[in-house]
Design a binder for this molecule. Structure first.
Ligand code: 8IG
Length: 288
């Protein structure tokens, strides 16, 4: 704009872009007010295929629609409802988030991680991220839960890109050596010793991979493929929360399986596995 001077020392924040940390703080305050729960100790993000687990997680104390909270984008995917539940899970105040939003819906990384940031600012020191994923290992079976040991962020995006975090927040150069807590994985394995572990490769989607891309993932050490979780884990770690991520394998990845890939099988596999998944999450929360 002619005649308009931009202060050289300031990072440029486009006009009208809400500051993500302030927005998450506002959402956290609204969550406390709307649920009547001042502090939630644990957050659980329910991915596709995990929605049916909610009824078996515990007691729902309050429910809030995310369209009534600051900064929450509306989900556009079948199997995702924009809703937060304040639940008592194994005696622990837990915020259960249904209605994850994804990059492939056109949302920005900041929007994708807003629910997790809001939950951590609501008090959650533990974040449980769940998802449905394709499995690369022939031994993986649809309906099987796999603990995420690490990720390959192939989205090309970061929730920490853009202006630096404001004062009071950690610097953006966050260490991801221990992104997925070994302690929490051990608790999950104590609850179910048969649980396998895998490396989750996050793609932007929404298309599934080609067989060549799956072969690439295999060669760089991935064993699960999905379209979520990695950015949320990064944002949660940046805020100092401990992260557990669990993938429900609902299909074998392209070229591994002869079956075509579709979203319906994701939801069906989740419905069948729901009681088992809920038991696992409850057991982990109960032993924190
Ligand atoms: I469910 O095969 C599910 N989500 N990227 N690839 C990717 N995401 C998935 C897949 C898959 N299956």
């Amino acid at each position: 704009m002619i005649g308009h001077e931009t202060p050289a020392q300031d990072c440029h924040v486009p006009e009208g872009t809400p500051e993500p940390y302030a927005l998450a703080g506002q959402a956290a305050a609204a969550i406390a007010r709307r649920t009547g729960v001042e502090r939630h100790d644990v957050a659980v993000v329910l991915g596709s295929g995990w929605q049916d687990a909610v009824a078996e997680l515990g007691e729902t104390r309050a429910e809030v629609r995310t369209d009534e909270l600051p900064g929450f984008a509306a989900p556009t995917v079948a199997g995702h409802h924009g809703r937060l539940r304040s639940m008592e899970v194994a005696g622990v105040a837990t915020l259960v988030i249904s209605g994850r939003v994804h990059l492939y819906e056109g949302h920005t990384p900041a929007q994708v991680v807003h629910p997790v940031r809001s939950a951590v600012l609501s008090g959650a020191r533990t974040v449980v991220l769940t998802n449905a994923a394709g499995g690369l290992d022939r031994a993986m079976r649809p309906g099987q839960a796999v603990l995420v040991r690490d990720h390959l962020n192939l989205t090309g995006r970061s929730p920490l890109g853009g202006p630096p975090p404001p004062p009071g927040f950690a610097p953006r150069f966050v260490d991801l050596t221990d992104c997925y807590s070994a302690r929490l994985r051990a608790l999950a394995r104590a609850a179910d010793p048969t649980l396998a572990e895998g490396v989750y490769a996050a793609f932007p989607g929404p298309h599934y991979e080609t067989p060549a891309e799956i072969e690439m993932v295999r060669r760089i050490g991935g064993s699960l493929v999905g379209m979520s979780t990695a950015l949320e884990a990064i944002a949660a770690r940046h805020l100092g929360a401990e992260v557990l991520a669990i993938s429900l394998v609902t299909n074998l990845a392209a070229g591994v399986s002869a079956e075509p890939l579709d979203h319906e099988e994701v939801l069906a596999a989740g419905a069948a596995a729901a009681p088992r998944l809920a038991r696992l999450v409850r057991a982990v929360i109960g032993t924190l």
